[in-house]
Design a protein around this ligand. Structure first.
Ligand code: GLA
Length: 373
């Protein structure tokens, strides 16, 4: 048996979603990618059952005693960690104590899945310490469960799947009902630009859960298990069975599922004009039908969509603030990035953080281990 390490580093990425927003909890389709920014967790095993964690962000350190079963109740960032530790405790795993320092180059509350990066990162730490692993999908589902129970956010499976299962150079197509995945290559000709509106979002404040309830009501009124089961073709005939806001929420989900499939096909064919049009349509639908955008994200998308060298631009993630994502011509990425920064600064009256990123691999142990202890 290979000995389990006492000191090691785990890298856990954030994600941007290229298309398929608010479709995951409707059993639909999504197409995120993991990015080359995220969390770096430097770990040292302890001889006891205590877990001590600190960050470089000025958050208070958190600690846990693994001698007792962990239960929901915390309100600080430790709730995500507690949820994951509890998941492995319930499986009967003997988790050793450890301490870890976490550094991040991901904006917290920026819609790039800092919480999923923390959950899946901690799961990777536990699996490395214990020298055994769950199946990747089981790990992602356990992390989603942690977010439901310990953070009170009824999220879908997209973020944890992307952070766990992404592949370098690829976006991840997920059928959120069957949980089938496919890695969609992103050719070198295209680059990914992220624009952080700087507006902090908090999915735990109830608006995310409210959207989810509206979608479930719409599906029930249409007599379908989920909005996934309504096609674009039949939508004109069934939409009169709904009234607003459910009608517009459902219209978004039904059309967005179609856009994800069309996007994946167009990306595989290198048809970037079609990809861009679908991204722009997705943003308009999130703004007008799903109502999860905000003034700043609308401004950013409007000015960036008009720039030369841009295929398309849309808000990404749960919304109510956070980031926008654009796909741009990879051969002139730096000049498009500079133009985007300038155009956003003029439109917004402040300069948002704008950065180029690439499709990275999911959470992993970094080799060789680097320790700051
Ligand atoms: C958040 C949730 C995801 C997904 C997106 C919206 O990121 O965690 O499950 O629902 O919002 O697409």
């Amino acid at each position: 048996m290979t000995p389990t390490p006492d000191q090691f580093t785990v890298v856990s990425p954030g994600r941007v979603n290229l298309i398929g927003e608010h479709t995951d909890y409707n059993d639909g389709f999504v197409l995120p990618l993991a990015i080359d920014r995220g969390l770096r967790i430097v770990v040292r095993r302890r001889p006891d059952q205590r877990v001590l964690l600190s960050t470089d962000r000025g958050d208070s350190p958190v600690q846990f005693d693994l001698g007792t079963p962990l239960v929901p109740g915390r309100t600080d960032w430790g709730r995500y960690v507690a949820g994951v530790l509890a998941g492995y405790q319930r499986l009967g795993w003997a988790i050793p104590g450890f301490e870890a320092s976490i550094t991040a180059d991901l904006p917290a509350g920026g819609g790039l899945s800092s919480s999923a990066a923390l959950e899946v990162g901690i799961a990777t730490v536990i699996e490395t310490l214990c020298g055994q692993s769950l199946d990747a999908i089981a790990t992602a589902l356990m992390c989603q469960q942690a977010e439901h129970e310990f953070a009170g956010v009824p999220c879908g499976i997209m973020d944890q799947f992307a952070v766990k299962l992404a592949r370098r150079g690829h976006a991840l197509f997920i059928d959120c009902r069957s949980r089938d995945i496919a890695h969609v290559p992103l050719g070198g000709g295209i680059a990914v630009l992220v624009i952080d509106s700087g507006v902090k979002h908090a999915l735990g404040d109830g608006s995310y859960a409210a959207r989810r309830r509206e979608c479930e009501t719409a599906a029930r009124l249409l007599g379908r298990p989920a909005l996934r089961d309504v096609s674009c073709v039949e939508w004109p005939d069934v939409e009169r069975l709904l009234s607003d806001p459910e009608r517009r929420r459902a219209r978004h989900v039904v059309t967005e599922n179609d856009r994800v499939c069309a996007f994946a096909a167009a990306a595989r064919a290198g048809d970037w004009p079609t990809v861009g049009r679908l991204m722009n349509e997705s943003h308009a639908s999130l703004r007008d039908n799903f109502e999860v955008s905000c003034h700043e994200l609308d401004c950013i998308c409007e000015v960036i969509q008009r720039l030369d060298g841009v295929c398309g631009c849309r808000m990404t993630g749960g919304g109510f603030g956070g980031c926008a994502v654009a796909l741009i011509d990879g051969s002139r990425a730096s000049s498009v990035e500079a133009a985007a920064r300038a155009a956003c600064a003029t439109a917004l009256g402040y300069e948002p953080e704008v950065f180029l990123t690439t499709a990275a691999a999911g959470a992993r142990r970094e080799e060789p281990a680097r320790s700051t202890f």
